[in-house]
Design a protein around this ligand. Structure first.
Ligand SMILES: Nc1ncnc2c1ncn2[C@@H]1O[C@H](COP(=O)(O)OP(=O)(O)OP(=O)(O)O)[C@@H](O)[C@H]1O
Ligand SMILES: [Mg+2]
Length: 258
């Protein structure tokens, strides 16, 4: 596939929960092979955006296209077939089940026709990527450390062999050194497989260090979009991100009908 082609294209997307407009007219792209970061403070709308791309919340307006095909009305269970997998916020592992059982559940989305051989191959690939999981295959997911649980959540998503991995705050609750390990793993996956990544983070510095491009969202709107290395050098990014942006974004948000 041509590296300049857009794998994911979100246009004019709005998502509401009753009266709350969580995502407002958001447009963004993830080109094939890119790592793109969605940065924003608590409540900015990061998870809602990820869920909308994964098909877990319906759009009130706008469109989500994967490889040029509109999927906005496709139910979540059909999205894995489109090559998209979500690692949800808080990991959402089945803690009373073993590591192996959690991984097998990730293959469930391959459909009933997935052969034992195929599932076995996927499992081998994932265990090669995360040797720590191979060592703990029969341990309960709930007995793993936070970092190992995040690796398991990513491994579970990889069982469907996605081409776009959606990661919702993978660094949440992890020690800085473990966060570095998780991000290094993402970079390696991005480079070694045909895998594009959309990652929602509050950990701006770490996310910008691995991302190609980033979007900053505030109150559900994109307020900044730029190359990650340019944003990395912007001194005002923390202020924007914390909602203290003084020219432009704040006014725009203040003028809004929210
Ligand atoms: N299920 C829901 N029902 C009603 N409102 C919701 C629901 N989920 C999120 N919201 C609201 O939508 C807005 C965006 O929330 P969202 O969880 O997408 O933000 P976030 O950027 O992921 O925040 P965090 O960093 O805390 O995870 C918030 O105002 C939130 O209260
Ligand atoms: Mg969230």
């Amino acid at each position: 596939m041509n590296t300049a082609s857009s794998f994911l294209s979100v246009s004019g997307l709005s998502v509401s929960y009753g009266q709350i407009r969580a995502i407002r007219d958001v447009s963004l792209n993830v080109f094939s092979g890119e790592i793109v970061a969605i940065l924003g403070a608590n409540g900015a709308g990061k998870s809602t955006l990820m869920k909308a791309v994964a098909g877990l919340v319906p759009p009130a307006a706008g469109n989500v296209e994967i490889e040029g095909r509109s999927v906005s009305r496709l139910p979540a269970h059909q999205r894995p077939g489109m090559g998209v997998a979500l690692v949800p916020e808080g990991r959402k592992l089945f803690t009373p089940l073993t590591v192996e059982q959690n991984l097998r559940l990730g293959a469930y989305s391959l459909g009933q026709s997935a052969s034992r051989k195929l599932v076995g191959e996927r499992m081998d690939e994932v265990l090669e990527t995360f040797p720590v999981l191979a060592d703990r295959l029969h341990a309960l997911a709930g007995e793993l450390s936070g970092g190992q649980q995040q690796m398991l959540a990513i491994g579970r998503a990889l069982m469907s062999k996605p081409r776009l991995l959606l990661l919702d705050e993978p660094s949440l609750g992890l020690a800085p050194r473990i966060v570095e390990d998780v991000f290094a793993t993402l970079l390696a996956l991005n480079e070694s497989r045909d895998l594009s990544v959309l990652i929602a983070e509050q950990n701006i510095r770490e996310a910008l260090a691995v991302a190609d491009r980033a979007y900053v969202i505030q109150l559900g709107k994109v307020v900044i979009e730029d190359d990650a290395d340019i944003l990395f050098d912007r001194k005002d990014i923390e202020d924007v991100y914390m909602g203290r942006y003084k020219d432009g974004a704040d006014r725009e948000v203040a003028c809004d009908d929210r």
